[in-house]
Design a protein around this ligand. Structure first.
Ligand SMILES: *Cc1c(COP(=O)(O)O)cnc(C)c1O
Length: 414
């Protein structure tokens, strides 16, 4: 099956006897059973079934199955948000004294989270560029995870997964990839050697900007060394599935960041059209980037799919159909000009999100990175005049016209 067929037919809805084409919304906190013996078995994972929605729920399970299938993973665990997914993905294996090696071009919330983890004794070494060389230089005996965003949001640097996976393999460290801005429509990081993939499914997977959620997909191929990762030792009998076993039976269950059934349902709907949405979004992003670059009115039109981008060859070789994602950034010259351009747009909403059906724009420095230091902003590629554009499904001619008139307005304000 190719992607769009797989999104519709890859996983049969095993839970519903009525033939409902979508998983029903099981909007219940608890599931009753015919006997105390049966509930005992369900609780102890000795019989299939559901007990309590924080632990599992049929609608949530339907979403997880679909996503695991489409990412080529062994299992997927969904969370209330992308941030919860990243936090759980890390805390599932990290202990006080451990270190993360990470790219510095990270989503603002993730930078803040890594800062929060310091007070739990978990440190992070940031590399300026996510290359095998720089990553390897930062690996120490304390390193337990390599973490990177596949397409950095908003720096838009693209990671060569195979290169980084080779370093991870050499040091027997799992590679966790945040693939939010790439999506499974562009690439399956697990197939390129990543151990675990996380998504903010609030974005392109949901696709309509109508529910916050996150997901952790375990490739099920990483060979856990239970001395190096003592947190997983209890799950040794699960072998390569020890990571997900601990999530489900300990960390994720006990922190309690479960996904709401209604939101899982909305994600199931969104996921079905992800393939065609990404095609259109990436085509729009490329066309707008080319248009803005040709006008010459703005500095630094940054889009990985542009001919002049240093990431173009990698986008061609690593991403499906050479698609470069649906985010581009431009620099307006100053914060004032950036605000003028943003305010002059007719169609783009001024909002902090990506992966909506509509075009969204934001000035990251004054919003998402408001808590970051100057140095953090610099290495995340967040300049004072930077505008992030999350392309929507509008007709490209309308978008071009809109940006052209907003640029004219901005110039008149000079
Ligand atoms: C949005 C985003 C997150 C956080 O996800 P939420 O669903 O907002 O919690 C993490 N990583 C990236 C790359 C994102 O774009």
């Amino acid at each position: 099956m190719k992607l769009n067929t797989a999104l519709l037919h890859g996983v049969q809805n095993a839970f519903d006897p009525t033939g409902s084409t979508l998983p029903p919304v099981y909007q219940a906190s608890a599931f009753a059973h015919e006997s105390a013996e049966k509930l005992e078995k369900v609780f102890g994972n000795k019989a299939p079934g559901f007990a309590y929605t924080r632990i599992s729920n049929p609608t949530v399970a339907a979403f997880e199955k679909r996503l695991a299938y489409i990412e080529g993973g062994a299992d997927a665990v969904s969370c209330a948000s992308g941030m919860a997914a990243i936090a759980m993905a890390l805390l599932n294996i990290l202990q006080s004294g451990d270190e993360v090696v990470s790219g510095s071009g990270l989503f603002g919330g993730t930078l803040d989270l890594l800062e929060d983890l310091k007070s739990f004794g978990i440190g992070t070494r940031f590399v300026r560029n996510v290359t095998a060389e720089e990553i390897e230089q930062s690996v120490t005996p304390r390193t337990k995870v390599i973490f990177a965003e596949l397409i950095g949001n908003p720096r838009l640097d693209v990671v060569d997964i195979r290169q980084i996976a080779a370093v991870a393999e050499k040091y027997k460290i799992p590679l966790i990839i945040d693939s939010t801005s790439a999506t499974p429509a562009l690439v399956n990081p697990l197939a390129h050697g990543a151990s675990i993939v996380v998504h903010s499914s609030s974005k392109y997977i949901n696709g309509s900007g109508d529910a916050i959620s996150g997901v952790i997909v375990d490739g099920g191929r990483f060979d856990w060394d239970f001395k190096k990762f003592p947190a997983l030792a209890k799950y040794r009998p699960m072998g390569k599935l020890a990571y997900t076993a601990r999530l489900r039976q300990d960390i994720w269950r006990n922190f309690g960041p479960c996904l709401a059934p209604q939101n899982a349902y909305l994600n199931c709907i969104g996921l079905e059209t992800m393939g065609i949405r990404m095609e259109r979004l990436c085509a729009n992003a490329l066309a707008l980037a080319e248009f803005l670059s040709e006008t010459g009115a703005l500095d630094n039109v940054n889009y990985p799919g542009l001919e002049e981008s240093p990431y173009k060859p990698l986008v061609e070789s690593q991403m499906q159909n050479g698609m470069g994602g649906a985010i581009l950034t431009v620099r307006a010259g100053s914060k004032e000009k950036a605000f003028a351009l943003i305010n002059g747009l007719k169609y783009a909403h001024i909002a902090t999100n990506i992966g909506d059906v509509r075009t969204l724009v934001i000035h990251p420095a004054s919003t998402i990175y408001a808590h970051s230091t100057g140095e953090q902003k610099q290495s995340a590629g967040v300049y004072d005049d930077l505008i992030r554009i999350s392309i929507g499904l509008e007709d490209i001619e309308d978008l071009k016209e809109d940006f052209a008139q907003a640029i004219q307005k901005m110039k008149k304000g000079d």
